[in-house]
Design a protein around this ligand. Structure first.
Ligand SMILES: *[C@@H]1O[C@H](CO)[C@@H](O)[C@H](O)[C@H]1NC(C)=O
Ligand SMILES: *[C@@H]1O[C@H](CO)[C@@H](O)[C@H](O)[C@H]1NC(C)=O
Ligand SMILES: *[C@@H]1O[C@H](CO)[C@@H](O)[C@H](O)[C@H]1NC(C)=O
Ligand SMILES: *[C@@H]1O[C@H](CO)[C@@H](O)[C@H](O)[C@H]1NC(C)=O
Ligand SMILES: CC(=O)N[C@H]1CO[C@H](CO)[C@@H](O)[C@@H]1O
Ligand SMILES: CC(=O)N[C@H]1CO[C@H](CO)[C@@H](O)[C@@H]1O
Length: 689
């Protein structure tokens, strides 16, 4: 049944006020013109939440996984429940009843729900064995028999690693149940996020496991100084090459990499190292598979999705959820709570937010900053209300959770509190920054880099709405694109990365700019930082998953950590610099400090200077010009010394800075700062003082 009403709710608009809308307007006065739209979405959120609270309480509603699906109870009985509207009958079969079709029939309950209880066996044990196969049979009114997997199944598996997924009953014996040892770590003020994919996390051409990640990759992430991991492709996806973005089983942690227990161990171990773990969640769309997905669940194109054209995303070839359906909301909200409670994830990165929040999915249109592009009839209220509700639930049950929106449009209020009329995310991804770097590397000669333009892209974000900055993410690594390292060094990475070979101009430039681009993005681009696994050491080539089009090859579906471990190769320089950069941030905390004051962005000199969190960032992007006695402005008078220097030999630099030298300020107003000093700025070098 319908849970949200957008239409006639308007008449009651005056009843519900956005409690702190004035705070939002204070930050962004333009919002006032669109306050009816903001009030409307807020009101719809309040009403939807109130309906859930009144009918079942949010706590129970969000834990519906406790009674939906097939659940073993401690007395050995098994309770089954499914939502399958508009059908004649529902049956459960499996190995436990020798696949007899008519063995176990569900009883019809209210609102399209079906229930079944299997009593314990005579010896008190469960009728269904752990790891045995199950199947739902749905009989439609025209007597078709549909074979389905429960949408709530926590474990599904492919037989022999291909073909359709099978539903495997997950009910480990008591002694195999995982008990978490570690508390969740403290919430990081400056999220330094390591975006990772378990399957590609080894250098071998295969699917790597949760165990491998726990043993081999977590210690690297810790050593590098990241405090947060963002795991992609966890929710089960029948097609590996979808990179996890065509989800088939929402409650199933991908069995490709191991068991649910092994994922729990991974997260627990990360927590023990003080690392937050975020889940990349794909609630914006779903895979259109029928036999092992959610599509056509009751034999029609409706059920979990909008029927008709509204229910399909043409570019992504996938299905779109109907967020106004009570049972869909139950399913998705419970899905978030499931990963928070069962696996102890510390937050979420919501994929595809821009596509969700506009009726046209923002396909083939840009966002110029004109507010009419965000509001009005193109705003998909139901999706916005879903996201608001999701944030509300996440924060209710874990106030320290972190939520990130993949929103390229810049929808105002995405990262403002709900009570101000915002959607309640903590951060949005600063998606313009990686695009800019690729564009510059593709199209500009070094002498044409425009410091003002770079400065603008790195700082052009909504005031009061925090951003996660990144120079590149998984998007840039995918086949068809190239990583920054590959843009910079290309083919020479195959022949000239050995320290035994002469340092060529291309490798020299590549190593220098790779570090500088990252540090500039880190220091100026946001309130958090993100790196995609392997890019911290300049992983060459691109990512491509095994698929028909590439002879099912794993050659590009791996991360070659062997390159960084090889002491003869120059990758280690980039790795060490990344670690030094993360650890320097950890010490000074610029990500959680207010926006930087940029005192200099000089396109002729190719110099950028700014201060943030009491440290001074200096960049000289010039390819040949070093500057001696170069005056830079600073706010705080005193003595300055270098705390991070991209030119150090251990970072593959040329050792042109003397770290024992201190710089003293003079009371001379310069570049808008009250003090200044003379420094040495070697070419293609970045420093923090
Ligand atoms: C399938 O589900 C949809 C959406 O909930 C419902 O409208 C329809 O009646 C159901 N069954 C059939 C056979 O159409
Ligand atoms: C979405 O679900 C609601 C509630 O069941 C229903 O009234 C509406 O028709 C559905 N929308 C579409 C486009 O299927
Ligand atoms: C495709 O893979 C198979 C098995 O690994 C191999 O025998 C064959 O030569 C490959 N074909 C091409 C075109 O790479
Ligand atoms: C900078 O100096 C001016 C006077 O020259 C003074 O008014 C101002 O307060 C100073 N700013 C800071 C931040 O100290
Ligand atoms: C010094 C050195 O080994 N240079 C090599 C760099 O790579 C190119 C081809 O990519 C070779 O031609 C050079 O000999
Ligand atoms: C082994 C193989 O066929 N690899 C191909 C996979 O697809 C990419 C790009 O689509 C090709 O570049 C590879 O050669």
């Amino acid at each position: 049944s319908q849970i949200m009403d957008s239409g006639d709710g308007l008449k009651e608009t005056s009843q519900i006020m956005v409690p702190e809308l004035n705070k939002f307007i204070e930050i962004d006065p333009y919002i006032e013109n669109f306050s009816p739209d903001i009030k409307r979405r807020y009101e719809m959120f309040v009403k939807t939440k109130a309906r859930i609270e009144a009918a079942e309480t949010m706590d129970k509603f969000s834990q519906s996984y406790d009674h939906f699906g097939v659940k073993a109870r401690s007395d050995g009985s098994i309770h089954c429940k499914e939502w399958v509207p508009g059908v004649k009958a529902v049956y459960l079969r499996g190995t436990f009843n020798n696949w007899e079709k008519w063995g176990y029939k569900y009883e019809q309950s209210e609102h399209g729900k079906w229930k079944l209880v299997l009593p314990p066996k005579a010896d008190g044990s469960c009728m269904i064995e752990h790891l045995s196969e199950l199947m739902l049979i749905i009989q439609t009114h025209d007597d078709q028999y549909l074979e389905r997997i429960s949408p709530w199944a926590p474990y599904v598996k492919q037989s022999d690693n291909h073909g359709t997924y099978k539903w495997i009953f997950w009910n480990p014996p008591t002694e195999q149940v995982y008990h978490f040892k570690h508390q969740r770590p403290e919430k990081p003020k400056s999220p330094r996020i390591y975006e990772a994919h378990v399957g590609i996390a080894s250098s071998e051409p295969k699917i790597a496991s949760y165990k491998h990640f726990t043993e081999k990759v977590l210690p690297r992430i810790k050593e590098l100084g990241y405090n947060c991991i963002q795991l992609m492709a966890i929710m089960e996806h029948a097609y590996y090459a979808s990179f996890g973005y065509q989800v088939t089983s929402y409650f199933g942690a991908s069995s490709r990499y191991g068991t649910p227990t092994e994922l729990k161990e991974l997260i627990d171990t990360a927590h023990g190292m003080g690392l937050y773990v975020l889940l990349d969640v794909v609630h914006s769309h779903a895979c259109k598979n029928v036999l092992d997905g959610l599509n056509m669940f009751n034999g029609t194109d409706a059920c979990f999705f909008h029927s008709g054209s509204r229910g399909s995303h043409n570019l992504w070839d996938s299905r779109l959820f109907n967020y106004s359906e009570w049972e869909v909301l139950r399913f998705l909200i419970s899905n978030l709570r499931w990963y928070m409670e069962e696996y102890k994830f510390d937050g979420f990165r919501f994929d595809g937010v821009t596509s969700m929040i506009y009726h046209d999915h923002a396909i083939s249109r840009g966002f110029s900053g004109d507010y009419h592009e965000y509001f009005g009839l193109q705003m998909d209220l139901e999706s916005l209300v879903y996201l608001t509700l999701a944030n509300d639930v996440i924060k209710t049950f874990n106030p320290n959770a972190i939520t990130i929106a993949e929103d390229v449009s810049g929808m105002p209020g995405m990262c403002r509190p709900i009570k101000e009329g915002g959607i309640g995310f903590d951060y949005r991804l600063a998606m313009a920054i990686p695009d800019q770097w690729i564009k510059i590397l593709k199209e500009s000669k070094d002498e044409d880099w425009d410091m003002s333009h770079i400065f603008h892209t790195l700082t052009n974000r909504r005031h009061g709405e925090p951003c996660i900055a990144y120079a590149e993410s998984h998007d840039q690594a995918l086949v068809g694109d190239k990583s920054l390292a590959f843009w910079l060094m290309d083919k020479e990475m195959y022949t000239n990365m050995s320290e035994l070979t002469h340092l060529t101009p291309i490798i020299d430039r590549g190593i220098a700019l790779h570090k500088m681009i990252r540090l500039l993005t880190h220091g100026l681009g946001g309130e958090g930082y993100l790196n995609f696994i392997g890019n911290e050491f300049g992983h060459p080539e691109w990512l491509d998953f095994p698929r028909a089009g590439n002879n099912s090859s794993y050659h590009y579906a791996r991360r070659q950590f062997n390159l960084v471990d090889d002491q003869m190769l120059r990758y280690k320089f980039l790795y060490h610099f990344d670690a030094a950069m993360q650890n320097t941030e950890s010490k000074y905390g610029w990500l959680s400090a207010p926006q930087a004051y940029v005192s200099r962005k000089h396109s002729g000199d190719k110099v950028m200077v700014f201060e943030r969190a009491g440290v001074l960032f200096l960049f000289n992007f010039h390819s040949i010009q070093s500057f001696t006695g170069y005056r830079v402005g600073v706010q705080n008078p005193g003595k300055y010394r270098i705390v991070l220097d991209s030119d150090e030999p251990k970072f593959g630099g040329h050792d042109r800075n003397d770290k024992s030298v201190c710089f003293f300020t003079e009371e001379m107003h310069f570049d808008g700062r009250n003090h200044s000093m003379l420094v040495y700025l070697p070419c293609r070098c970045a420093m923090i003082m």
